[in-house]
Design a protein around this ligand. Sequence first.
Ligand SMILES: *Cc1c(COP(=O)(O)O)cnc(C)c1O
Length: 490
Amino acid sequence: MNFIQTRGEDVSKPQTVTFSQAILAPIASFGGLYVPESLPELGEAFLRKHLNSSYKVLAADMLSRFEIDIEQSVIDEALALYDKFDDASNPVPVVKVKENLYVSELYHGPTRAFKDMALQPFGVVLSSIAQKNNQNYLILAATSGDTGPAALETFKNRANVQVACLYPDGGTSDVQRLQMVTEDAKNLKVIGINGVFDDAQNALKRLLASESFNHALKEKNVLLSAANSVNFGRIIFQIIYHIHSYLELVRQSAISFGEKVYLNVPSGNFGNALGAYYAWKMGLYVEKIIISSNENNVLTKLIKTGKYDLRDSAVVSTTSPAMDILKSSNVERILFDMFGCVRTRELMESLELNHYYELTSVELETLRECFDADFCNGEEGKAYIKDTFTNDGYLMDPHTATCFKSFKTCSNPAIKTIVYSTAEWTKFSPVIANALSGEVDSEDIVALESISKTAKLEIPAMIKGLFSKKIAQDVIIEKEDIEKEILKFI
Ligand SMILES: *Cc1c(COP(=O)(O)O)cnc(C)c1O
């Protein structure tokens, strides 16, 4: 299958590209993105066939329908990484939390957040393409806390790939920072910046576009790429678990085959939600996709009013920091799918130039046939964490908690909901300890032990071990010095 461009074509790029090409250079004409030329139609037969399949068997068959230019042995090696999740026989458990509400847990991988679902296999795929092409890649990552650890974990010691990971010093949780600075593989460089996440992100964008930086890398025989979530190589692995979660509900006799469900997704850059949309288009039985946000509620406003409005907005820091995003990149792929490339380019250019766009009423209706949305503030989120723990015996993180508000406000109570849980409690423990027992400003290790006692849960070994692991990466610099530091590393 080939990939086409969301904003149409200028002359600078080939009209269509292969999957490998879309992965290595993810930015298309006019700053657009790559999308599959068409989505494979799975149909009822596919879903029935996999009613009793393992995650890996389902994944392999779904990927084969995309007919991508990656060898089967590489795909098998990539999918084998799901064997290292907590339960090799089911990397994504789906549990009933209350009447009509089921939680699909996407955080059972090595770094305890859902980024592992896509980045784990993606690391194998990207490294294999680099080896096959006999090229060396520098992958840049800027992180507010979850992408960095997952990217380092997947690329460590892989051939033909080096990673430079930028994080805001003091802007992540202790656990997230330790996950990064204790990584000691030779091909990884972790750089703390005196600044906030936006400084790291802006530095990354500047370097990706910098001719002198690209030139300096070329002299060392290194090409530049990024591991952010606009990369279709990540999206393709985020379709599978939506299908898996639905089939789990059928297996658990929670629904009958063919019954429609809500998919409720805590959203930031919209990768997870886009995977849900593609699964639906490919034939999954979905009533609606519910988009859950925190106080950075641009997506709620878009879906409620048709207006994407950043004119008076600044990102606010919340208790669910992985969703503190205003420019939600993957919405563009939905616009393309619904309204075509001419309109997508028009809307995205308006967003860039005027920080604003507005859908027509007909377009808004089309969007609302598929999506509904609501947002949840930090105090409400903490109340859901406490109530759900007290009344249902289920412990969840602050990102997952945002879905419990929209579950109430956006769903028909007679229809079942799958909520996606994107992080384990261990990654955001101070907020959860505060929600459960009122503790304020605890360090992670104190909060972890307090929750462990209250909820009678073991702290997983890979989290506990972080606090006694050797610090291997101790660089903290001013943002002006990033380029120099990376070139020193290469
Ligand atoms: C990345 C992340 C999200 C947002 O996912 P998107 O695909 O960017 O919408 C939500 N929760 C957690 C914990 C995350 O790490």
